[in-house]
Design a protein around this ligand. Sequence first.
Ligand code: FES
Length: 157
Amino acid sequence: MDITFTPEELQQVEMHKAKYPETKAAIMPVLWMAQKKWGWLSEDVMRYVGELLHLPTAHVKGVASFYTMYFKKPMGNYHIQVCTNISCMLRGGEDIYRHVSNKYGIKHNQSTSDGRISLEEVECMGACGGAPMIAVNEVFYENVDINEVEKVLNSLT
Ligand code: FES
């Protein structure tokens, strides 16, 4: 696989770099761009990001492994996140998590064998006012119950 950003993407990298006094501060948005492009952060992708930002691969890996939003392995085409933090937990978030887990036979950070679905139990996603909530590929569904979650899941093609 060719691990290279397009010229337009490289321009975006330069824009991120220009926002900060030090180039290395652009690591988070550039890692996010890389994840959006390649789906997850493989060793090669992290090395490439390090080259772009003049950082050792070990530094890039350190940042990528600290933040759970960066995937260190391939995830499903549909990545389902279920919040079980306090507001969501008090309103049924754990039941929703169990439901999704049982439906697909996968647990936290696992994918179905066909690579279609992956599941992640997440901490607060900043949507507590809409608790309980889930997200599918970063689209939020708030104030959901198990029936509504089922509708969302069954609508995934
Ligand atoms: S606790 Fe679930 S979004 Fe904040």
